[in-house]
Design a protein around this ligand. Structure first.
Ligand code: C5P
Length: 218
C-alpha cells in the first residue's frame, strides 16, 4: 500500500448494481454505473488503505492496488461482503436490489397471458447487517439515492441502519446521480453534515475519503 493516512486500515467497498435473475435470459437491475464506488476504492488505496472492492456487474477497470471480487446478485454480494470481513471501514456504495424473484424460472418465461405478476421477496440489507456486526467496525458509511426529501430520508436511514455516516445525492435530475461522471452530494453524521459541490466522482471520492479520515480521528 501507498503511504498515507489510511495505512494499516482495511477498507471494504461495495459498488455497482445487482442483477436479480428472473429466468436464464432476463433480470431485474438498476441504473448504477459503479463509478462512485470504484472512485472511492481508488481514493482509499491512494491514501494507503488495504482495499477490497465487491463489485456488481459493471464495465469499469479495477483501480490500481485494489483487490476486486465480482458478484452478480444481492445474495452473492451479501456473501462476498461477509467473506471479506473483518474490516476497519465499510463503505456501501452499491445499489443493492431491494427485492429478488422468490423462485427464478429454470427455463425462459414464455409469453402467454395478457399480464404477468412477479413474486418478489426482500433481499438482506447488507449495510444494516454490517453495521450491526458484533465485531464492530470503526466506521460504516452508507449511500442514499433519493428523488425528494433528500436530507430527511438520509437522516432516517442513518438512524434506522445505525450507520456512522450516510452520503446522500439526488437522482432523477439531468446532471448527477447514476451513470453521470459528476455529482453533488451531502454527507450526514450524528451531529454534523458536509455538502460537496458538484464535481467529478473521482474528485468527490477523494474529498469524501478525507472526511472519513477526519471522522475516524474525531
Ligand atoms: O434503504 P436504501 O436501500 O435506500 O439504503 C441505501 C444504502 O443501503 C446503500 O448504502 C446500499 O448499499 C445499502 N443497501 C444494502 N443492502 C440492501 C439495500 C441497500 O447494503 N439490500
Amino acid at each position: 500500500p501507498a503511504p498515507g493516512p489510511l495505512q494499516g486500515k482495511k477498507v471494504l467497498v461495495s459498488a455497482g448494481p445487482t442483477y436479480e435473475d428472473l429466468d436464464p435470459v432476463r433480470f431485474l437491475g438498476n441504473r448504477s454505473s459503479g463509478k462512485m464506488g470504484f472512485a472511492i476504492a481508488a481514493a482509499a488505496a491512494g491514501m494507503g488503505a488495504e482495499v477490497t472492492l465487491v463489485a456488481g456487474p459493471v464495465h469499469l477497470a479495477t483501480p490500481a492496488g485494489v483487490q476486486r471480487v465480482d458478484v452478480r446478485s444481492a445474495a452473492q454480494m451479501h456473501q462476498a461482503v461477509f467473506a471479506a470481513l473483518p474490516a476497519d471501514i465499510y463503505i456501501g456504495a452499491a445499489a443493492v436490489a431491494d427485492y429478488t424473484p422468490r423462485q427464478p424460472a429454470v427455463n425462459k418465461i414464455k409469453k402467454s397471458s395478457e399480464s404477468l405478476a412477479l413474486d418478489l421477496m426482500r433481499t438482506p440489507d447488507i449495510l444494516a447487517e454490517v453495521a450491526a456486526q458484533t465485531q464492530a467496525l470503526q466506521l460504516v458509511v452508507g449511500f442514499a439515492a433519493e428523488t425528494e426529501n433528500v436530507a430527511g430520508y438520509a437522516r432516517g436511514k442513518l438512524e434506522a441502519k445505525r450507520l456512522d455516516m450516510i452520503v446522500a445525492n439526488r437522482v432523477g435530475i439531468a446532471d448527477g446521480g447514476f451513470e453521470s461522471d459528476s455529482n453533488a452530494m451531502t454527507a450526514y453524521w450524528k451531529d454534523g453534515e458536509r455538502a460537496f459541490a458538484s464535481a467529478p466522482k473521482t474528485e468527490l471520492a477523494r474529498q469524501l475519503m478525507q472526511l472519513i479520515v477526519e471522522r475516524l480521528q474525531a
